[in-house]
Structures are given as structure tokens and as C-alpha cells.
Design a protein around this ligand. Sequence first.
Ligand code: DC
Length: 224
Amino acid sequence: MSTHEIIAIDGPAASGKSTVGRLLAKELDYRFLDTGAMYRALTVACMRDGIDWADSGAVIACCRAAKITLVPGPQADRVLLDGEDVTHRVREPEVTARIHRLADQAAVRQLMVVKQREVAHAAPTVAVGRDMGTIVFQDARFKFYLDASEEVRATRRRAELEAAGESVDRQAMIEAIRRRDMQDMGRAIAPLKVADNAEVVDTSQLTIPQVVALLAEKIRGTID
Ligand code: DC
């Protein structure tokens, strides 16, 4: 399997990359790999085991022992941690707020990189995350960086939460997005940035189907 069958999509929180990636994978009949869900599941494992975040050896040992399974589904993947369904748990704000405690650690990222490459080299894959084009799949033939303004991303995230019955103050949402951006872009190892040769797509003014169509067109245009 050569790496040209990997489509790497990176971008900040709420840029639409997971929704777009899932639909694009469906359209191309590729596998979908949501690497954010993997970091989320590891965070749940450390919280479950009461790991002290300051003890990096314990964090790494817990991550190494955790068995994460992503079960593909039509609307969303189910996330299993050691056989337990943590699909909803991984999205809880207290989990989101702690992910950087392990995502900042080189040894944890190295574990994830190995797993992500295993998955993607087994079948054509659309992989989404923060370091797909820069680190994990540097040789991917197609690299996209989805972006959108802070305001648009905060509005989208609020709409998602409202649909789930939660209400969040708009300003608080913008600040949460800003904090995530700083953590994702500011970390020493594998920071979020535009990969060499990646195409930047600003989705602020586009609908999800428009972004999917645009990416599919670019991929098919290059293949044909
Ligand atoms: O895509 P997401 O919001 O579910 O990702 C959650 C966090 O996981 C993100 O803020 C940083 C981390 N992450 C990462 O460090 N590297 C990735 N490839 C994917 C996610």
C-alpha cells in the first residue's frame, strides 16, 4: 500500500475536519481515521485510573496499556476503551480540557503515530487530526488544512452542543476555542501547523457538503 492512498486532513478545533473527513471517506470508499478520538480515549483511560498528570511515567504506562478500538458507524464511530463504550465520555468538556496533558508528551505521541500508521497502511484512509500532514503521514499525496474564523468555529460548536441539549455562552465558547488553539499550535512536539504542500481551505463561508465536494474534486482532478 503506498502512501498516496492516504488523505491527511489537519486543522484547529471545530474547523469541520471530522465531519468533512468522514463524509469524504464515505464518498471515496476509504477508511476514516479520527486521531482526535484516540487522544480523547487515552485521556479517559488516565482519568479512569486516577493517574497523576505530573507523573509522566505513569501517564505513558497507562497509555501503553489502554486498548482503543474505533468501530466505524454510519453517523459516528463508537469509541471503545478496553472494551467499554466511551463514545460520549470522550467528548465531555472535562476530558477535552485535559487532553493536552498527554498530547504534549513525545512518548505518548510516538505510541499513537505507530498505531495510526498501522491503521492507514492497511487500507486507503482519510486521516484527520493535528499532525497528519506534518508528522504521521508526511508522504501522503493529498494534504488539506481546514480552517475557519474563531467566531464561525465557536458558533458551530455551540450549535452542536445546543443540539445535544447543552447551552454555552458565546464568549465562553470563543475563549475555549482560543485556549485549544494555543495548546494545539503552541506545543513543542508536533504542533498544529500547515504542512508543506498542504492546501489550506477556509470553510468559514462554506457548508459541509460544499467542502466535501471541493476536496473530492481536487483529489479526483489529480488522480484522473
Ligand atoms: O480533533 P479533536 O478535537 O477531537 O482532538 C482533541 C485533541 O486531541 C486536540 O485538541 C489535540 C489532540 N490531538 C492531537 O494532539 N493530535 C492529533 N492528531 C489529534 C488530536
